[in-house]
Design a protein around this ligand. Sequence first.
Ligand SMILES: Cc1ncc(COP(=O)(O)O)c(C=O)c1O
Length: 432
Amino acid sequence: MEVENSRLEIRKKINSLVKQFYELKDETFVPGQTHILTGLAVYDDLELNAIFNSVLDGWFGFSKKGEEFEREWAKYVGTRSSVLVNSGSSANFLALDGVKKLNNLKGGEIITAACSFPTTVNPIIQLGFKPHFLDVDKSLNVNPEEIISAINENTKGIMIAHTLGNPAKIAEIAKIAEERGLFLIEDCCDAVGSTYEGKNCGTFGIASTCSFYPAHNITLGEGGSIAINNPELCKIIKSLRSWGRDCFCRSDEHKELGACNKRFDYLLGGIYYDHRYVYSQIGYNLKPLELQAAMGLEQIKKIDQFNKARKRNYKIYQQELEKFDNYINLPEINPKADPVFFGLPLIVNNPDVSRQDLMKFLNSNKIATRFLFGGNLLNQPAYKNIDYLKTGELDYTNNLFKNCFWLGIHPGVTEEMIKYVISKFKEYFSKC
Ligand SMILES: Cc1ncc(COP(=O)(O)O)c(C=O)c1O
């Protein structure tokens, strides 16, 4: 007891020191000197202490905190369950592998966008499907009309992202999928909090994914999640995440014979075997650490506040950048959509403006910029020899490949920073 009390006292001291350490963080913005980043982990001593306490607890592998986060995340997204994994890329891979196993699919075509983050598309190739690439429209998303024209007898599903958080016409796309018996996986890595027709992105398809890498709506350092309504799919994906095991006990399972109530009664090859060591899937290990979930449990409390800051930042930029619409545009936003943008997409629309030169100017003024991921993936070296289909000439995708870039609007971006960025645009465009 005495030892436990001493350990508790030391823990309190550690927590207090961590708080002091955090409070000394200098967040002064010095125009032209402080980098304005495209993504940033926004946290305080609560997250730091959640991580430290998790480490001090001495249980590192995915367990109770991971499961608690899964319940909280499902509640937030609005699905029956969620599965926590080590990245958004793993989430995309497991979502598709799970759907493949659930529906016993052996291949076929999956409709997606050529203007994508690579790991939205990579699972399609890695899991033996053929990507069917479509163009995107001025919302940066694949639209329903294009999808209808691309569907053929080999089409099995649709796997698309809401680009940079701007919702695709996802209710219409979900309807098409349902009517044609196709599955729909929404990559919501950039679209957490965005809604369409008042409904959360991530609730329209059979599964949706998100990323918890620092640039995203909340961060666990690294991490991702799959949001699911179908209990069978959830079970398959959990199994795939955890070596392919058949056991579905929770970490707090108290029944001696496990949740299945027959832990030692599984007959394998004529031998009684422990259910914990029965493998029903060809699985992987894509689990995150408890300390990541501990951080996530603090971050999730702040998500509404973070999303509000993103929306505020987008709105200020939107109002200010209208003045420069002879040079740059923002994407179109569907009237049914209420986006929480991941970044601020800018499309150079004037042949006299060089995107490269503008980005160099911004970067030299400490304003970080990013490309729209792979732009047109078909121009990327990794995709040179893949087996694929495309519908149309991907004209707008190629325009984005050539002319689009984005800036940070995460909650660490302040109004003062935006004012500075706008002043730099003014300076640059005054010389055009
Ligand atoms: C649309 C999209 N999908 C997938 C990912 C992959 O997420 P992660 O970096 O967590 O693997 C990202 C990453 O930013 C993304 O933007």
